[in-house]
Design a protein around this ligand. Structure first.
Ligand SMILES: Nc1ncnc2c1ncn2[C@@H]1O[C@H](COP(=O)(O)OP(=O)(O)OP(=O)(O)O)[C@@H](O)[C@H]1O
Ligand SMILES: [Mg+2]
Length: 256
C-alpha cells in the first residue's frame, strides 16, 4: 500500500465537547475512501480537521509532512456539507469555479477556459453566466463540486457531496470522480449516508461514531451487524438497482 494520508490519534470538538476521539487511520494514495456514520457521528468534524478549518489534538500527515505544512504549498479540494455555504454574493457559476484556481499562475482567459471545462464535467456549462444565487440547490452543489475539482488538488475532501442530487447526477458524479482519480491519481475522501450507492464505488469505507468503528472490507458494511452497530437496530436494507442514463431519461422522476 502506498500511503498518502495518515490520521494519528486525532481528537477534536467544540467548546469542550469532544466530537471525535482518538481517530487513527492510514489512507492509501489514489483511492476512493468513504466515511460513514450516523448524524452527529463526527464525519464533518474529521473532514474539517483535515481541511484545516478546526484545531485538533494528534497529527495529520500527508506525503510524510504535517498537513499544516503541506497546505502552505498545496491546495486541498474541499466541498462543505450542504447548508454550510453562503450563496448571497454577486458571482456567476463560472466565477465561482474560477475561485478554485486561485493558486494557478495563468492568464484570465486560461482560467476561464479551464473553469468552463470543469463546469462542463458537472453538466452546468449552460448556466456559466447565471448568478450562483439564482441556481437551484442541486445546481449550486454541482457548481461547488466543479470549484473543488478546479483546484486540481491531489486530495479531495467532499462532505456529503450528493445531498440533493438526482440519481442521474449521482452516477455521473461517481463516474467523473473515477475518471479524474485515475487520470490525476487523486485521493478522494467523501462522507456519505448512502450505503448502497457509495459502497459500490468505494475502495475503502471507514465508519465513525465519535470513535472509529472498525470493519474489514467495504462489502462487509452491508452485513447487518455492522449496520446495526452504526445506525441502531431499526435499520432495514433494501436491495435496489440503478438504471443507465438513457433508461433514466425515459423514466424521469422514478426512484432508482
Ligand atoms: N459548530 C459546532 N459547534 C458545536 N458543536 C458542534 C458543531 N458542529 C458539530 N458539533 C457537534 O459535534 C458532533 C459531531 O458533529 P458532526 O457535524 O461532525 O457530525 P456528522 O457525522 O457530520 O453528522 P451529519 O451526518 O448530521 O452531517 C455533534 O454532536 C454536533 O452536535
Ligand atoms: Mg456532517
Amino acid at each position: 500500500m502506498k500511503q498518502f494520508l495518515e490520521i494519528k490519534s486525532v481528537t477534536a470538538g467544540y467548546d469542550g465537547h469532544v466530537a471525535i476521539s482518538n481517530i487513527s487511520i492510514k489512507l492509501e494514495l489514489g483511492k476512493f475512501h468513504v466515511i460513514m456514520g450516523p448524524n452527529g457521528g463526527g464525519k464533518t468534524t474529521l473532514i474539517r480537521a483535515i481541511a484545516g478549518l478546526i484545531s485538533y489534538d494528534g497529527k495529520i500527515i500527508v506525503e510524510n509532512v504535517d498537513i499544516k505544512k503541506y497546505r502552505k504549498k498545496n491546495s486541498i479540494g474541499y466541498l462543505a456539507q450542504r447548508g454550510a455555504q453562503f450563496y448571497d454574493f454577486p458571482l456567476s457559476a463560472l466565477e465561482v469555479v474560477e475561485m478554485g484556481r486561485y493558486r494557478f499562475k495563468e492568464t484570465n482567459h486560461a482560467k476561464k477556459e479551464k473553469s468552463f471545462e470543469f463546469l462542463k464535467e458537472v453538466r452546468m456549462a449552460s448556466h456559466a453566466g447565471v448568478p450562483i444565487a439564482n441556481l437551484s440547490g442541486g445546481q449550486q452543489q454541482r457548481v461547488l463540486i466543479a470549484r473543488a475539482l478546479a483546484t486540481e488538488s491531489k486530495l479531495m475532501l467532499m462532505d456529503e457531496p450528493l445531498t440533493g442530487m438526482d440519481p442521474r447526477t449521482q452516477s455521473e458524479f461517481y463516474e467523473m470522480l473515477e475518471h479524474l482519480k485515475r487520470e490525476h491519481s487523486l485521493t478522494v475522501i467523501i462522507s456519505s449516508h448512502d450505503v448502497g450507492f457509495t459502497t459500490a464505488y468505494a475502495e475503502n469505507v471507514f465508519c465513525i461514531n465519535k470513535c472509529l468503528v472498525p470493519h474489514s472490507e467495504a462489502v462487509k458494511l452491508l452485513e447487518e451487524p455492522e449496520i446495526t452497530k452504526l445506525y441502531g437496530p431499526n435499520i432495514c436494507l433494501t436491495k435496489h438497482y440503478h438504471t443507465s442514463s438513457e433508461e433514466e431519461d425515459e423514466s424521469e422522476g422514478e426512484d432508482a
